[in-house]
Design a protein around this ligand. Sequence first.
Ligand code: SF4
Length: 353
Amino acid sequence: MKEEIPVLKGKTKKELEEICVSLGLEKYRAAQIYTGIYKSRYTTIDQFTTLSKEVREKLKEHTQYPEIEIGRDLVSKEDGTRKFTFYVGENKEIEAVWIPSGDGGRKTICISSQIGCTLNCKFCATGLLEYKGNLQTWQILDQVLQVERLVGDRATNIVFMGMGEPMHNYFSVMKAAHILRDKDAFGLGALRITISTAGVTTGINRFIENKEPFNFAISLNHPNPNARSSVMDVNDKHPLEKLIDSAKRFTKELDRAITFEYVMIPDVNMGRDNAERLAKIARSVNKCKINVIPLNTDFTGWRRPTDDEVKDFVMHLKAKTTAPILNRRSPGRDINGACGMLALKGIRSETTK
Ligand code: SF4
């Protein structure tokens, strides 16, 4: 794809105005194009019938309106979760997951921010993939557009918890999040959009300084400063103490709760001492929620906890903190669509296309 030809998708209203002006079109056309892309969800330029034929022809000639290409579409027999593989270039595959079974009628799309990931969280299959770059804003938003079209429904919530570390693609991720939030575009409330990090403190601090309005989650996974690196190598560069400082700063300066995600791994981070340390962190951060998630993968030799082990860990945790604790289900496990399972299997010839 030639980069000098502007891509309409992924652009803000202001950027579309600049494109319109550069093409000799009236500035107000930008608002029509903007709502056509994100609100009306047009798939071709010809569908923008609020624009004259002449304007549409000009857009077709001088801009691009691409789509990411659908590959596999796997449906969970257990809970209706669907995992989609998309192609974003030669040998560049990403995944997005439709989770229709949330509490209170929530329908969530889990989207990717990078092709692979440079981090190596030991419980996550994505970390095993070769990293092939950041996604552009339009490729992030097109996951939502394509998934909604394929399932014939609209999402109520978006989580940036797919492939990649969102803080390593900060600009494109935040731009996408603001378009998802905008009432003239996708119109999702800011608190229906969750951005998650493995603990990149520079990104968290930037998020705070920019006073971003979105939900924010930290994938914590070990409460011990020394042992956390054995689960997540990001801890070497962004140590736990600094991460907790950033979390405290978040709740103080943005005056809202932060979420800690905690993947439970027997014999690694589920001891009573781990529960007590985690509770201590929660108390020190003050406004926070804890989502506990049983390990979904087994390629490291670690195993998934039993129900009793989970109950025990949560009981010890609850005894020491008043923070809300949610035992997160693992929708889409049977299709490798649950937390930590987004990795690409099969080859292109196996796709549904
Ligand atoms: S959990 Fe997230 S940050 Fe960690 S390796 Fe997987 S995709 Fe990357």
